[in-house]
Design a protein around this ligand. Structure first.
Ligand code: HAM
Length: 421
């Protein structure tokens, strides 16, 4: 074959065997999130570029390097969403959802686009399940948000996960810590990677999760991961409330003073869930509190908290753990037909059975019985109905159970009942 086109770098085709898993995961996620009171929102896949530049932060990696930005035919700058929070905050304000009783709990499932360097678990388009809860600053809501995602992962059978937790402080206390970092980093600037040299000036917090060995060394030797020592009284008691909430909800966690996350909108609580089964990209989920974004977008001051997890990474953990999800991919019936009139009858019967929700397949050419049985086998159909000349004459099918080999004759009109329809 002379393949003329291949998919763009960093994208992934999700094939039927895997879409069944995705469907199952989405169903579990929807059920769990509904039980926590979340309702689904579908926001556009592209927004005005400014929304992300302002919301995510002008110096963040996503805004400086990773956005798919383009001009439309009227010269407006638009961007494919790199994440879901900014768009949902806009939708919350634009549609007056703040008039609903707080907390307003929303969830979404959709593609995000980031021009990242592709590697295992890192794509240029990924699908995220995300939640955003608006209108409460309670640390117990943070705990419940974390518990919701842990519940989803537990229902899917995941093990070997670690929930990491940190507080990155608020407008009052964080500047003192970033100033300490800035001063230290500017003095020890020579060992920093090129990115962190810029970060030292503009956003020193981000150095804490730089993956470059030389930067890690500066952070370790300078004992720089210590936001906890700078937290103000309010942030300390909020963080204590979160730990208390997690205890009540029986969620295990690990404190990680280096956890800072890649978006400027976070305030206070940040968290990630990591799996030992993922390679370099060990986070399956990330989130946190963002108490300033709603008013930065023009609304009343409204505290908010949320998370997102990627389906691609989740499925690779599920596969690595060899978890067999209960995905139904098998047919209810395959109809084998011998002769043109039998094919027409098969077409008619298949249509009738599908009305009652049965999954029925057949081939649309006149093929011999061996070839059709082979197809039925490949499609893993539990039952095969055979229609030949005798069956047509008697108004029956020969119904063969492919598991135990037994067969019997069933009248056309009784086939639906026989299949439990
Ligand atoms: P994030 O940590 O950037 O957070 O992404 C959330 C999750 O999406 C990650 O933990 C990972 O599972 C998945 N993910 C991210 N980038 C990629 C990629 N390039 N390839 C594959 N999977 C990826 C956010 O996006 C925040 N909006 C989450 C949030 C919601 N915070 C508050 N509310």
């Amino acid at each position: 074959m002379n393949l003329k086109y291949t998919s763009p770098r960093g994208t992934k085709d999700v094939l039927p065997e895997e879409t069944a898993k995705w469907r199952y995961i989405k169903t579990v996620a929807r059920q769990v999130l509904n039980s926590f009171g979340y309702e689904e929102i579908i926001a556009p896949m592209f927004e005005h570029t400014d929304l992300f530049t302002r919301g995510i932060g002008e110096t963040s990696d996503i805004v400086t390097k990773e956005m798919y930005t383009f001009l439309d035919k009227k010269g407006r700058s638009l961007t494919l969403r790199p994440e879901g929070t900014a768009g949902v905050v806009r939708a919350y304000l634009q549609n007056g959802l703040y008039t609903l009783p707080a907390p307003v709990k929303l969830f979404y499932i959709g593609s995000m686009f980031r021009y990242e360097r592709p590697q295992a678990g890192r794509y240029r388009e990924h699908v995220q399940v995300g939640v955003e809860a608006f209108g409460s600053d309670s640390a117990y809501l943070d705990a419940e948000v974390i518990s919701a995602v842990v519940t989803i992962f537990t229902k899917l059978g995941l093990t070997g996960l670690t929930t990491q937790l940190n507080s990155i402080g608020c407008k009052e206390c964080r500047p003192k810590y970033t100033e300490f970092l800035r001063e230290h980093l500017i003095k020890n600037n020579s060992g920093l990677c090129e990115n962190c040299k810029v970060r030292a000036e503009k956003n020193p917090l981000r150095i804490l999760d730089c993956k470059e060995e030389s930067c890690k060394k500066i952070v370790n030797e300078g004992k720089l991961s210590k936001m906890s020592e700078y937290l103000c009284g309010n942030c300390v008691s909020h963080f204590d409330g979160l730990k208390d909430g997690l205890k009540i909800l029986k969620v295990n966690y690990k404190l990680n003073d280096s956890l800072v996350r890649g978006f400027d909108y976070y305030t206070g609580t940040v968290f990630e869930v990591h799996s030992e089964k993922l390679g370099a990209q060990t986070a399956i989920m990330g989130g946190g509190r963002y108490n300033n974004l709603v008013d930065e977008f023009g609304g009343e001051k409204t505290p908010a908290v949320g998370f997102g997890f990627g389906l691609e990474r989740l499925v690779s953990v599920i596969d690595a753990l060899e978890i067999k999800l209960p995905v139904e991919n098998t047919l209810d019936l395959f109809i084998v037909h011998l002769g043109f009139s039998a094919m027409k009858k098969a077409l008619e019967l298949a249509a009738e059975l599908r009305v009652s929700g049965k999954r029925v397949q057949m081939v649309y050419e006149e093929k011999n019985i061996k070839s059709q049985m082979k197809t039925a086998d490949a499609l893993k159909s539990g039952l095969v109905a055979i229609i030949g000349d005798n069956e047509l004459r008697d108004g029956v099918v020969t119904l063969k159970n492919m598991v135990n080999g037994s067969q019997k004759q069933v009248k056309f009109e009784n086939l639906k009942t026989e299949l439990g329809g």
